[in-house]
Design a protein around this ligand. Structure first.
Ligand code: PXP
Length: 243
């Protein structure tokens, strides 16, 4: 299982002080330095979300990271013309299409691929024409997986948020949904990734899901980095994924 580290919240910490003055010589923490540390610690990729409101990652971050990354960039984005044009100029290895709502604190729920099929089709086609692999961030539900496959995407990322927020029996029921979805998507020939709310505790359950190729993890790693350092936090998560 591969780890993509989502470094959005490194940028969040910078923006709370330096929004509007990101070019200041002392604007920190630096997302390029963070990405390099994650890569040296063994991360297989760096994930960033360029949101329409630019609340954390900025356009300049995307271009600078694209030039510097030794691994691959996974760019998360809403399906809007503005962000699509940027993605086509940046040409990340992968794009993950996500739903986006300005009022949300973080991405809530998966993308309704089945419901927005016609709007997503030209976006997927343009990304593919640029040589970019495409993923859909979806609920672990058959209809969404089938719609993603019909769109020709290479991957789906199963939303693990409901699982992460649940406890006890309810959490095991959510885990079963993810398990079933992963088997189904794999059977359709899709690469299966997962993300949202995965932490150092619930990774023990996520690890039991078959066919998962990549996990995208952000908040728990950046939070742990405050105490353990980013290098240690990434290494610890990779060890927990393998344990
Ligand atoms: N995957 C996707 C598609 C996301 O939108 C996010 C949140 O930005 C994550 C993974 C990472 O979630 P978390 O920060 O909860 O680990």
């Amino acid at each position: 299982m591969h780890l993509g580290v989502n470094i959005d919240h490194v940028a969040t910490l910078r923006q709370v002080r330096y929004a509007g003055g990101m070019d200041a010589h002392n604007a920190e923490p630096d997302v390029l330095a963070a990405a390099a540390i994650c890569e040296r610690a063994g991360a297989h990729g760096i994930t960033i979300h360029l949101r329409a409101d630019r609340r954390h990652i900025q356009d300049a971050d995307v271009f600078r990271l694209r030039a510097q990354l030794a691994t691959k960039m996974n760019l998360e984005m809403g399906n809007t013309p503005e962000i699509l044009e940027i993605a086509l100029r940046v040409k990340p290895a992968e794009v993950c299409l996500v739903p986006e709502n300005r009022r949300e604190v973080t991405t809530e729920g998966g993308l309704d691929v089945a419901g927005h099929f016609d709007a997503l089709r030209p976006t997927v086609e343009r990304l593919h024409a640029a040589g970019i692999r495409v993923s859909m961030f979806i609920e672990p539900a058959r209809a969404q997986i089938e719609a993603s496959q019909r769109l020709g995407t290479e991957m789906v990322e199963l939303h693990t948020g409901a699982f992460a927020n649940a406890t006890g029996e309810a959490q095991h029921a959510e885990l079963a949904r993810i398990h079933e979805a992963s088997v189904f998507a794999h059977g359709l020939g899709l690469q299966v990734n997962a993300g949202h709310g995965i932490n150092y505790v619930n990774i023990a359950l996520i690890r039991t899901v078959p066919h998962l190729v990549e996990l995208n993890i952000g908040h728990s790693i950046v939070a742990r980095a405050i105490f353990a350092g980013l290098d240690g936090a990434v290494r610890e998560m990779i060890a927990a994924m393998k344990a």
